[in-house]
Design a protein around this ligand. Structure first.
Ligand code: MG
Ligand code: MG
Length: 265
């Protein structure tokens, strides 16, 4: 069942999502060679709680076993999503996708950004650039009167025409009081299919794009998803509200990109 949001609810979603944007910026400040992903998680959890919110990922139930043990997901290089922060030390040339979720005043925020660690190979940097562009192309298609398939079609076309892989097994989603609500928002699909979007529909759009083949496998920890061929993957995510014209982007990369400066993708 799809819950359309009132203007007041959209403002609550915006507040939670802006906190996610600011949390990603705190993480951006500490990403460098030599830092562990566990340290990124510590920074994120502290910042979220200091701002009166709760990290929604912590304790998130899994259909396969243990609940998620950390406040953010950190997916390094061939990891696509749901990487568990730990003792992995980031090194020059790595990429790390950081996915962050908050709950503040009863409403959820959800946004992700893929960071470069120092200098990164040009083909990998291009993967990040195309994934971020694909996110905004998806958002351009999230308007009242269009259908959900229009978003997926646009993202898929943009990425596959450039020979990147589009992950099918994980998708975007409705968002509100729950982090994952209906509808599902795939990054692939056919134009003119799926539910028609209405004003007040709030969704997270999150292309997961690979440098090689699109197929993924789950690692032994029951959470981390990586590419089967171990080529790099990128993940960018915004939470948006559908309106009559251009979608209202509720999360923000502005804070992150202020930290990254001319190193931003
Ligand atoms: Mg997310
Ligand atoms: Mg999400």
């Amino acid at each position: 069942m799809i819950f359309l949001k009132t203007n007041d609810e959209i403002e609550l979603l915006r507040a939670s999502n802006l906190l996610v944007g600011k949390t990603l910026a705190e993480i951006a400040k500490v990403i460098k060679p030599g830092v562990t992903t566990k340290e990124l998680d510590r920074v994120a959890e502290e910042f979220i709680r200091d701002n009166g919110a709760v990290p929604t990922f912590k304790g998130f139930p899994s259909p396969y076993g243990e609940p998620f043990p950390a406040s953010i997901c950190t997916s390094v290089n061939e990891q696509v999503v749901h990487g568990i922060p730990g003792d992995v030390v980031l090194k020059e040339g790595d990429i790390v996708s950081v996915d962050c979720g908050t709950c503040m005043n009863g409403f959820c925020g959800d946004s992700a950004y893929t960071f470069c660690v120092g200098e990164v190979a040009e083909d990998v940097r291009n993967l990040l650039k195309v994934t971020k562009e694909a996110l905004y192309i998806g958002i351009e298609n999230a308007v009242q009167g269009k259908r959900l398939g229009d978003i997926g079609y646009a993202i898929q076309q943009y990425c596959e025409s450039r020979s990147y892989g589009v992950v099918r097994e994980f998708v975007g989603h409705g968002i509100g009081k729950e982090m994952h609500e209906d509808p599902q928002v795939p990054n692939y699909g056919r134009r003119g299919t799926g539910a028609m979007m209405k004003r007040g529909l709030c969704i997270a759009i999150e292309p997961m794009i690979t440098l090689g083949d699109r197929h993924v496998v789950m690692e032994g920890d029951g959470w981390s998803v990586r590419t089967k061929d171990r080529k790099c993957a990128a993940h960018f995510e915004h939470t948006i509200a559908v309106s009559a014209g251009k979608a209202d982007i509720l999360s923000s990369f502005e804070f992150v990109e202020e930290v990254l400066g001319d190193q931003a993708i």
